[in-house]
Design a protein around this ligand. Structure first.
Ligand SMILES: [Zn+2]
Length: 165
């Protein structure tokens, strides 16, 4: 294993993910509390970052695509497969009841598991690619380079026209 990768660390990050907490400090929630969740957007969207340690939860646009496609849909597909096999094996239902009995729980599972999918993905990413600054685990925040001209903000990085973004 690479330096810094260890089973105890992986276990700690996984536990924090299961509790929907920041992978770095393990204290701050990743999502708004249930009392503050008023819309589906609140339910699905993590906070910008950890106010305690400064770790950015959403590193870039599209960051959580893999968490949805691989983790959320993957587990939902497994659940659907198991439910289908169990229902098909033990019951002699018409096909439309069989489909409804599998699709209903799978959709519900997708909705309920989405926060954990994202939390697992954040923990996984932090484990394998911690984005640490020299000198310690600061949560992945990298401050911009100092301005060459005092009193003026630093220049933003330019994206070349042919970058295909
Ligand atoms: Zn934190």
């Amino acid at each position: 294993m690479k330096d810094g990768l260890s089973w105890p660390k992986a276990g700690a990050y996984f536990r924090r993910a299961m509790m929907l907490r920041c992978p770095v400090c393990g204290q701050t929630p990743l999502f708004p509390s249930l009392r503050r969740t008023r819309t589906l957007h609140d339910w699905f969207t993590p906070l910008d970052g950890c106010p305690r340690c400064g770790y950015a939860y959403d590193r870039e646009p599209g960051y959580f695509l893999l968490s949805i496609w691989a983790i959320n849909y993957g587990f939902a597909a497994l659940l659907g497969l198991v439910l289908y096999l169990v229902f098909e094996w033990f019951f002699d239902w018409p096909v439309w009841i069989l489909i409804a009995s599998v699709v209903g729980p799978v959709v519900l599972f997708n909705m309920l598991f989405v926060r954990h999918s994202k939390a697992i993905f954040i923990a996984w990413d932090h484990f394998f690619d911690p984005h640490e600054r020299e000198g310690g685990d600061d949560g992945g925040n990298v401050s911009p380079p100092p301005s060459p001209v005092p009193g003026h903000p630093p220049r933003k990085a330019r994206i070349p026209a042919d970058a295909g973004v």
